[in-house]
Design a protein around this ligand. Structure first.
Ligand code: ARG
Length: 461
């Protein structure tokens, strides 16, 4: 027979069934909130003493007990019990065992509903700060790589067809920008995470003369949640975080897709260091880009967590419902996955081998400077649409000769427009094409270097 559940046994005529106990318990995963639970309890107890709701002797015992429990947990000596359901009751039960009546007073003017909402917010705030730091590290790696390759020429693609030559550094800076917005989104999300629910108690507030501002100050919250019903029930801040996480993963998934393509021998633009690849058990020649493939794959799981939380919240009547216990696993896994992904990504990009010659050859093989020829004709007075057509004919002609536009003779080129002169060969080179896009946001190496300088000045070290 099950151990009986003492927490609410007075009102219950039979103990909870074993499967139900396992089904309803959250300690198997919410033990991860322990540090934050203790931090929140310490602040709550100090406020209870400051407002004379408990005696200072009680506070002393509670503080001593909670600090001991924190040590036990850190040393993995704490015995988590499924019968105590969750992290909150496990800690409270242990505190009472250590301190007697003082421990029993800790839950005055509080409910697990405002307690858990506080814990998650503290947890998420710390996670956001860590993840923002990891984004910055990855951004620095991108900037260093972009700097080395400010003048490395690769084909820029649209529809995955060779479009126009771009600087590889410029291409990398596109991801810098995405991550910059990702970091800003998290910073913004943090403001809404960083509001104190404690004081809302179960749902309606409490009849004790509490001081919520004191608790908010001690825990570093920017303010208090203004409505008790909202404070205990909404998890929109976690959903918002998961949405930001999904965008980060989406961005990294795009870069991953490119790394995978570029590493294919058909491209041969890059090599990912061996420590990020695996071999095939059957094909000896294979080296597989497992890490980017998994980042791409894990993006699906992060999207799933976002949908899980949206679905969890949808249709819940006010105020707290047990549904909300299901918020933790998706949230924890989102943080864990993001942390690992960002860490591994920075390391992987720092060790990337780049093959500029393969990039250059690819750019030479797709008529990447055709737009430059059209622009040349426009500058000589031809309307753009006519220039577009003339160059289309020229490309067709070059194709029939299996050569690049720059390999055609002046006489050949003049078939398409009398205005073409010797200086056309400057714009038909890859370098000329790049140089000419010399404005903020353009791919000219000088602009890429300027963009890197600007980025470094705004990025914390
Ligand atoms: N383990 C619960 C959760 O994660 C804590 C709050 C429980 N509150 C309650 N009234 N049963 O949401």
């Amino acid at each position: 027979m099950e151990k009986d559940n003492k927490t609410w046994s007075g009102r219950f005529s039979e103990p909870v069934a074993q499967l139900v106990q396992r089904y309803t318990a959250s300690v198997g995963f919410d033990y991860r909130l322990a540090e934050y639970d203790i931090q929140g309890s310490l602040a709550h107890a100090r406020m209870l003493a400051a407002t004379n709701i408990i005696q200072s002797a009680d506070l002393e015992a509670i503080e001593k007990g909670l600090i001991q429990i924190r040590e036990e947990i850190r040393k993995s000596e704490f015995e988590w019990q499924l019968e105590q359901e969750d992290v909150h009751l496990n800690i409270e039960r242990r505190l009472t065992a250590l301190t007697g009546d003082a421990g029993k007073k800790l839950h005055t003017a509080r409910s697990r509903n405002d307690q858990v909402a506080t814990d998650i917010r503290l947890y998420l705030r710390a996670a956001i700060d860590e993840i923002i730091g990891l984004i910055h590290v990855l951004q620095h790696v991108l900037l260093n790589l972009a700097e080395q390759h400010a003048a490395t020429i690769m084909p820029g693609f649209t529809h995955l067809q060779v479009a126009q030559p771009v600087s590889f550094g410029h291409h990398l800076l596109a991801y810098y920008e995405m991550l910059q917005r990702d970091g800003q989104r998290l910073q913004d999300c943090r403001k809404r995470v960083n509001q104190l629910p404690l004081g809302a108690a179960a749902l309606a507030g409490t009849s004790y003369p509490i001081d919520r501002e004191q608790v908010a100050r001690e825990l570093g919250f920017e303010g208090i949640c203004h409505n008790s019903l909202d404070a205990v029930s909404d998890r929109d801040f976690a959903i918002e975080f998961c949405a930001s996480a999904a965008l980060i993963m989406m961005h990294l998934s795009r870069l991953s897709e490119e790394l995978i393509l570029w590493m294919s021998p058909a491209f041969g633009f890059i090599r990912i260091a061996d420590r990020f690849c695996t071999g095939s058990s059957i094909m000896p020649q294979k080296k597989n880009p497992d890490v980017p493939e998994l980042v791409r794959g894990k993006t699906g799981r992060i999207n799933g967590h976002l949908v899980a939380l949206l679905t969890l919240m949808k249709s819940q009547p006010l105020a707290y419902n047990k549904d909300n216990q299901e918020d933790k696993e998706p949230l924890f896994d989102t943080v864990d996955t993001l942390r690992d992904t960002l860490t591994i990504y920075a390391d992987m990009l720092a060790g990337l081998h780049v093959n500029p010659e393969a990039m250059r050859q690819a750019a030479l093989h797709g008529y990447a400077t055709a737009t430059d020829l059209a622009d040349y004709l426009v500058k000589k007075g031809m309307p753009f649409r006519d220039a577009h057509e003339a160059v289309a004919q020229a490309v067709r002609f070059a194709e029939s000769k299996a050569c690049d536009l720059s390999a055609l003779s002046l006489a050949d080129l003049r078939q398409f427009s009398e205005t073409i002169e010797q200086d056309v060969f400057e714009v038909l080179t890859l370098e000329g094409s790049l140089q000419s896009r010399n404005h903020p946001g353009g791919t000219a190496p000088a602009q890429v270097r300027e963009a890197i300088r600007r980025a470094r000045s705004q990025l914390p070290d």
